[in-house]
Design a protein around this ligand. Structure first.
Ligand SMILES: NC(=O)C1=CN([C@@H]2O[C@H](COP(=O)(O)OP(=O)(O)OC[C@H]3O[C@@H](n4cnc5c(N)ncnc54)[C@H](O)[C@@H]3O)[C@@H](O)[C@H]2O)[C@@H](O)CC1
Ligand SMILES: [K+]
Length: 490
């Protein structure tokens, strides 16, 4: 499991750890890890041109101490000081002792806003490596104008860019990026991941992320704010039939989907459900013929959901058109229900809130925006807050689809993030496959949080296998699910 902790939690843990250690020990651990990561990235340290962007806090201190280490190994290191009067004194002294210098001025008053700005920009443009120590977990609001100018200049440089702890300008707790931010090739983060490093849009700014152990693990609380499942975690969740299993014990998933206009949505939801571990898939709706001709193992009922027979979890909504009564009927069932696509629009909020069995809603950003009454960009820019808000409004678990899919429970607690997805998954019908797959996992007894996050994981992996660098259709993704399942369990 990859976990991420909020700034507040990190601060508390750091205080506890610092009280037990000699002064400055944590920063030295951070700087050593940072310098090593920089060296790995650029390959040859000796003779390389390194520019440090140094803010007024400890993030700048980390950059300065790491810069000193690189200078001792023969790099030409220049520090751009955003606030020379408040720079980390020990870090700056260490850099100067190691032969580093202050960029833009020979006097030490070389802030980017000063007359030395041309020289600063030139240094950044000519650098082999830029180390972004403008601001870390102490950042508030968007980058200030001086810092924003530096971030823009870094964007024009061909240098490798390493962000210290976080790319400056991104929100550590939410992954939001309001205004300018540094785009890094690599982010070297300390002690633990921060939620923003795992959630878009900030995740994209971070590049690849390397975690440096500074001993924080022992003092962090057991429950994180955000977690990302890995193969072994998903393998533990996936249902495996035992010797005594029959189709009912393995779970029957009901699919109430499709319409005369969109029969394909029903077929695709069933295709996902058949690969999700349930013992049987029951279909109700107007696309029964299309479903059976493609998947003869489906139990098709021409009755409504309430009379369809035994079902341990329902999926309702893909391709449902305007069939609000089926959605309402499914929401009355006393078993877990997954609501997707048209079903999200048709589901009555009070009916969802009144349910006692789990409800899993699976909107993409556009659908979530419509339910929240905001613009799509607002959801895309604030994915964590949007998922949490929707979960709390509906009293449901919400799986917000996207490049980094989030799954949030209504009661709060840990949020799951999934990063196995690929842009190739942005293809018609791929969401229908996911809803069937997640519904199948619900029917086999997983909680809404586990079913949603395990399904997102498998679906993302299947998308990668199906696409493999070329376009793939949603049915290809469904067919790749068994391979993803095997990959996870190996
Ligand atoms: N506390 C610890 O134990 C450790 C902290 N470390 C480093 O310390 C960092 C946190 O240090 P600080 O608490 O000093 O905070 P930061 O260095 O992250 O930022 C605070 C400084 O940035 C300025 N600032 C805030 N928002 C800004 C904005 N939007 N634009 C421009 N400047 C802005 C503030 O004026 C303040 O001086 C971590 O991210 C990490 O890099 C590491 O050395 C590891 C150990
Ligand atoms: K930074």
């Amino acid at each position: 499991m990859r976990t991420a902790y909020s700034v507040e939690t990190v601060r508390a843990a750091e205080r506890e750890l610092m009280a037990r250690l000699p002064e400055g020990a944590l920063m030295q651990r951070a700087a050593a890890g940072l310098a090593a990561a920089c060296a790995d990235l650029i390959g040859r340290v000796y003779g390389s041109r390194v520019v440090l962007l140094v803010g007024s806090g400890d993030n700048g201190g980390d950059a300065l101490y790491a810069g000193a280490r690189l200078a001792r190994r023969g790099a030409a290191v220049a520090a751009v000081l955003l606030a020379p009067e408040r720079v980390h004194p020990g870090g700056l002294a260490a850099l100067l002792r190691a032969g580093g210098r202050i960029a833009g001025s020979g006097t030490g008053a070389g802030a980017a806003a000063s007359a030395g700005v041309g020289a600063v920009e030139e240094a950044i443009l000519r650098a082999d490596l830029v180390v972004d120590g403008i601001v870390g977990i102490g950042g508030t609001g968007g980058l200030r104008p001086d810092a924003a100018r530096l971030a823009a200049c870094v964007g024009e440089s061909g240098a490798a860019v390493v962000a210290v702890d976080l790319p400056s300008g991104v929100d550590a707790d939410t992954g939001e990026v309001r205004g300018a931010a540094v785009r890094a090739d690599l982010t070297v983060t300390f002690g633990t991941h921060k939620p923003g490093l795992l959630i878009d849009p900030a995740r994209e700014y971070a590049g690849s992320v390397r975690l440096v152990d500074i001993g924080l693990g022992d003092v962090l609380p057991a429950e994180a704010e955000l977690e990302a499942l890995q193969h072994v975690d998903v393998a533990r969740l996936l249902p495996v039939p035992g010797a005594e299993s029959d189709k009912y014990r393995r779970g029957v998933v009901g699919i109430a989907a499709g319409s005369a206009r969109y029969p394909g949505a029903a077929v695709l939801a069933v295709s996902g459900a058949l690969r999700g571990g349930a013992g049987a898939v029951r279909y109700v709706g107007p696309a029964g013929d299309a479903v059976v001709s493609r998947f003869p193992e489906t139990l098709v009922s021409d009755q409504g959901p309430a009379k369809a027979g035994r079902v341990q979890a329902w999926v309702v909504g893909p391709g449902a058109g305007d069939d609000a009564s089926t959605v309402a009927e499914v929401l009355e069932a006393d078993v877990p229900v997954l609501v997707d696509a048209d079903g999200l629009r048709l589901a009555d909020r009070d009916a969802v809130r009144a349910r006692t069995a789990p409800t899993l809603m699976t909107p993409h950003a556009g659908e979530a925006a419509a339910l929240l009454g905001v613009a799509r960009e607002e959801v895309e820019g604030a994915r964590l807050a949007s998922a949490r808000e929707l979960a709390s409004r509906y009293g449901a678990t919400v799986l917000l689809k996207g490049s980094t899919t989030l799954v949030a429970d209504a009661a709060g607690g840990v949020v799951r993030v999934n990063a196995t997805g690929t842009p190739w998954l942005a293809t018609a019908g791929s969401g229908d496959v996911l809803s069937g797959l997640a519904g199948s996992l619900l029917a086999s007894g997983l909680s809404a949080l586990d079913a949603g996050s395990a399904a997102a994981y498998l679906h993302g992996l299947a998308g990668r296998f199906a696409a493999d660098g070329a376009p793939a259709g949603a049915h290809d993704v469904a067919e790749a699910i068994p391979g993803a399942w095997r990959d996870v369990r190996d």
